[in-house]
Write a protein that binds this ligand. Structure first.
Ligand SMILES: Cc1cc2nc3c(=O)[nH]c(=O)nc-3n(C[C@H](O)[C@H](O)[C@H](O)COP(=O)(O)OP(=O)(O)OC[C@H]3O[C@@H](n4cnc5c(N)ncnc54)[C@H](O)[C@@H]3O)c2cc1C
Length: 394
């Protein structure tokens, strides 16, 4: 269904475009099996690696629909940015998730309910079907993700962090910000006084009768205990741009595989070399399914040309920087998440060779991240400004 290259991403976008207006607004909550692109786009795995960049999706949408007709779809595309900005401003929330996950993992092998859900034998037919769908396709519809997380937390009383981890292991679009924060929202940890409770009628209605849930689902939520939410910090300042006439290496990574488009504009450089960096070690430490690791690595590989190397470890990046006599390595900012410690390694190994590693924030993120200090409603007010400045009408 999802092929990790630009052409497949663009074809999927083209198929979806006619539906991005009123149709999306009225049909997006209906779940067809497996995925019907007339209801939702199914673009998320390509958005995850930015094989499709948010601003270009919106640009295409605005060629076929007015901003008001497509406002629901545009809002959803921006929700992803909101979550990313929110976590970038509060990285401790990710650290706390990892700490809770490590604790939960220590006892998870003894938890019969957890093991039964993983084996597709929870006894709740829709949950078992969705576990299988997740593990086989790497994709679940948004409404299914909400129901699944809700039943996991509130009905089966499983730790939310183990559910978030299961999603991270199998979702092709698995993203530390959207995933962790959505699970927290369903659990009741994100917005004070708000939890999400799945109910059988709603599941039956939006799956159009495919699932009739006979089991009793929780009607009251018990909000799990967790750490207090960190106050937003200032966004980290990024490295300076390389000096004029310097030799620059552009290191592409899985969060923005096409960052070349915006990273090197207006750079007056002597020479530019391009390479990719993907760390399989990060994936195995985090127990991510091979199909997900493969999707991400191939997405990156697909944008590299024959003479652009792809490195799997930091020493190889450092050797490349030395061999090419680079003055600086430019990278798209790596968002808070699985990569954190690896990036510190990369930075110290490269800089030990006298080469500056400089991360840059793309204009889209630079516009939106500071707006993620409060709720989505305030964030949303930045959308129309973005449509005029960051999204370039062609
Ligand atoms: C428990 C839970 C876990 C989730 N985990 C992830 C995750 O790991 N990665 C991820 O990208 N999304 C996640 N989401 C958000 C959402 O479910 C997916 O982005 C969406 O289902 C992707 O399918 P689509 O491309 O068909 O979406 P569409 O409805 O077609 O939306 C278009 C794009 O907008 C973005 N988007 C849409 N809805 C949301 C949303 N609610 N939050 C953030 N971005 C959104 C996605 O990039 C998506 O590709 C999660 C939601 C829940 C409830």
């Amino acid at each position: 269904m999802h092929i990790p290259n630009r052409q497949s991403a663009l074809e999927a976008l083209q198929r979806f475009l006619p539906h991005a207006g009123e149709n999306y607004a009225s049909r997006r909550n209906f779940v067809s099996a497996p995925l019907v692109e007339a209801n939702v786009s199914g673009l998320s795995p390509w958005v995850r690696t930015r094989l499709l960049q948010e601003w270009e999706i919106i640009e295409h949408v605005l060629h076929q629909h007015s901003a008001s007709a497509a406002s629901k779809f545009i809002d959803e595309v921006c929700w992803r940015t909101y979550w990313k900005g929110w976590l970038q401003l509060r990285p401790a929330v990710w650290e706390q998730y990892l700490a809770e996950l490590n604790q939960a993992r220590k006892v998870s092998f003894m938890d019969a309910t957890y093991q039964a859900v993983l084996a597709g034998q929870s006894g709740i037919e829709c949950v078992d079907q969705w576990t299988q769908e997740l593990q086989q396709t790497g994709y679940l519809h948004n409404h299914v993700r909400m129901w699944y997380a809700s039943i996991w937390i509130h009905t089966l009383k499983l730790p939310w962090v183990l559910g978030a981890d299961l999603f991270m292991q199998y979702l092709l679009d698995g993203d530390p910000a959207s995933n962790t924060l959505s699970w927290r929202w369903v659990a009741g940890l994100h917005t004070k006084g708000k939890t999400y409770l799945a109910n059988p009628d709603n599941i039956q209605k939006y799956t159009q009768g495919r699932f009739e849930v006979k089991e009793r689902l929780a009607t009251e939520a018990v909000i799990p205990k967790s750490f207090p939410i960190q106050q937003p910090r200032s966004l980290p300042s990024l490295g300076p741009l390389p000096q004029k006439k310097s030799r620059v290496g552009v290191l592409l990574q899985e969060d923005d595989v096409r960052a070349f488009n915006w990273l090197v504009t207006n750079q007056d450089t002597a020479e530019i070399y391009i390479a990719g960096y993907f760390s399989p070690a990060v994936y195995s430490v985090n127990k991510i399914a091979p199909m997900v690791a493969q999707f991400r690595q191939e997405s990156l590989q697909s944008v590299l040309q024959a003479d652009h190397p792809l490195f799997n470890d930091v020493d190889s990046v450092s050797n490349w920087a030395v061999t090419k006599q680079l003055d600086a390595v430019l990278m798209a900012e790596v968002p808070t998440g699985m990569w954190d410690s690896k990036i510190q390694d990369l930075q110290s190994v490269v800089e030990a060779q006298g080469v500056k590693l400089s991360m840059q924030r793309c204009p889209w993120d630079a516009h939106f991240y500071p707006l993620a200090k409060a709720g989505f409603f305030r964030f949303k007010q930045g959308i129309s400004a973005a449509l005029h400045s960051v999204v370039s009408p062609s």
